[in-house]
Design a protein around this ligand. Structure first.
Ligand code: DX5
Ligand code: ZN
Length: 216
């Protein structure tokens, strides 16, 4: 049993309200919002005004994935815009700023999460374990939807699961990138609690049945 967070990066940007209502109707748990600045990743997507516009459209948690340099500069604005979860990349700033950023997110009443790019080892999460509510393991290089799932990230997922369990931490473990109705199984087997799915969700012929695969 895992939660599914469909990523609106693969939605129709001219019909976001419709597509988010569709996520609700099909039993999706969270709405994943990918924010890209063209610096941390080689792509630009959406930002604060879009989060603000989506807030009144849904009661589902808004899970905002910040793929931006030095995220501490913007977290307050994202929380005020309505984010329920804010994920920062630990590669996007110095450790002391990341720690301060996580404290700031929690102080503002939002759930704080860290994300690890494929090249970042599980051990890099250790300094942050007490300060975060979720760890997001990237199974593609961040920046674009529709890429191939990197199954070689599964040992990292398993290591993180063990780290959290050994310490009896309630922190959730999430996976993002190339997750579909097949790859969701191996993610669940290796301890994932939350699965982000962009293209596979929006391409699914029967989205309700797709969501059920994640919930099983
Ligand atoms: C990639 C984003 C993902 C993306 C996933 O940088 O963080 O959330 O939307 O898309 P799919 O599921 O198509 O790989
Ligand atoms: Zn994402």
């Amino acid at each position: 049993m895992a939660k599914i967070a469909p990523s609106i990066l693969a939605a129709d940007f001219a019909n976001l309200e419709r597509d988010i209502h569709n996520i609700e109707e099909n039993g999706g748990d969270w709405v994943h919002v990918d924010v890209m600045d063209g610096l941390f990743v080689p792509n630009i997507s959406i930002g604060i005004p879009v989060v603000q516009a989506l807030r009144p459209v849904t009661r589902l948690p808004l899970d905002v994935h910040l793929m931006i340099q030095r995220p501490i500069r913007y977290v307050e604005q994202f929380v005020k815009a309505g984010a329920d979860w804010l994920t920062i990349h630990i590669e996007a700033d110095q450790p002391e700023n990341n720690l301060a950023c996580l404290d700031k997110i929690r102080f503002l009443g939002c759930k704080a999460a860290i994300s690890l790019k494929p090249g970042t080892p599980a051990e890099a999460a250790i300094p942050y374990l007490d300060k975060c509510d979720m760890i997001l393991v990237m199974t593609v290089e961040p920046g674009f939807g529709g890429q191939k799932f990197m199954a070689d990230m599964m040992p990292k997922l398993k290591t993180l699961r063990a780290m959290l369990d050994e310490r009896s931490l309630k922190c959730l473990l999430a996976v993002d990138g190339g997750v579909d109705g097949i790859t969701c199984e191996i993610c669940k087997e290796n301890g994932a609690d939350v699965l982000v799915a962009g293209s596979a969700y929006f391409k699914a012929g029967d989205r309700r049945a797709f969501v059920e695969r994640f919930h099983r």
